[in-house]
Write a protein that binds this ligand. Structure first.
Ligand code: G3H
Ligand code: ZN
Length: 287
């Protein structure tokens, strides 16, 4: 099946009240793990490339790996740029074959974020590439953050409304209390804010920094309109823990396949669990 853009998947997710897993890939084994897990669960899936992954593997290698992985698969797969940094990078990814892009102007002023995102939408839409954008700041958010601090960092619902009206994006990533990487404590999500944003923008909402977020919180976020859930850290952790376990068990092992093979299987298990949690298992045929 050829790559699909994420709008098609998100529309179906919206109709059914579930979310699609967007899993970050960094190497061949993780690309294979994402596809194997999605096939085993008969789920649509998004494979995404972060800035770190592009730097590590190169855009050409990532695209080629994913193109190879989707050959012969019957599940819908999207290849998505994660946290795109510039208009030029978006164009490079579209030319390379990506079916979806994120432009992350969340560090810019609202006006500049709107202008950049709008330009990306105008370029991507005519070639059937979907666009995700971000409003608000993710980060190391402490448990005892004050209401004022929350308001300064988290996505403002009224600004979100204006943002989607003026840009025409397909999906909006929001800041509601998640952070990238490992959490020190348990993240507390601002569900009333999510509900308000969703009621105003009426678009699929994207949750970044979803590794380590408790299952109940993920379920509630999906109930309130999150339709794309991004997972990176949980996969990396499972992968590297398994590498460590194998090498502890067999310190003289010199065959990378015997180390990376089990790590790939560990990644498959984590991804399958996420797919079931997000409710996308069995939904491949609905796209
Ligand atoms: O864009 C990618 C994600 O937001 C991944 O976040 O590493 O906390 O799972 P995570
Ligand atoms: Zn992210």
């Amino acid at each position: 099946m050829p790559l699909v853009n994420i709008s098609r998947i998100l529309q179906s997710a919206d109709n059914g009240g579930w979310a699609v897993g967007a899993f970050n890939c960094n190497n061949m084994e993780i690309v294979q793990a994402i596809i194997s897990a999605a096939e085993a669960e008969n789920a649509p899936v998004i494979i995404q490339a972060s800035q770190g992954a592009i730097k590590y593997a190169g855009l050409g290698f990532i695209t080629a790996l994913v193109m190879q992985a989707v050959q012969g698969t019957r599940i819908p797969v999207a290849l998505h740029l994660d946290h795109g940094t510039s208009y030029d990078q978006v164009v490079r990814c579209i030319r390379s074959g990506f079916s979806s892009v994120m432009i992350d102007g969340s560090h810019l002023s609202l006006e500049d974020n709107i202008a950049l995102t709008k330009r990306v939408v105008e370029t991507a839409r005519p070639v059937d590439v979907s666009v995700e954008a971000e409003l608000g700041r993710l980060g190391g958010v402490e448990d005892d953050i004050s209401v004022d601090e929350r308001d300064a960092l988290f996505t403002n619902p009224e600004e979100a409304y204006r943002f989607v009206q003026e840009t025409g994006v397909d999906a909006l990533a929001v800041a509601i209390g998640t952070a990238h990487g490992l959490y020190k404590g348990t993240p507390r999500l601002d569900f009333p804010r999510l509900e308000k944003i969703r009621a105003l923008v009426k678009l699929p909402i994207v949750l970044h920094g979803s590794s380590g977020v408790p299952a109940d919180a993920i379920r509630e976020a999906v109930r309130l309109g999150v339709r794309k859930v991004n997972i990176d850290t949980d996969i990396r952790q499972a992968f590297v823990n398994e590498v460590r376990r194998v090498l502890d068990e067999k310190p003289n092992e010199i065959d990378p396949r015997k180390v990376l093979g089990p790590a790939r299987e560990a990644a498959v298990e984590v991804i399958r669990g996420k797919i079931r949690l997000f409710g996308s298992a069995g939904k491949a045929d609905e796209i």
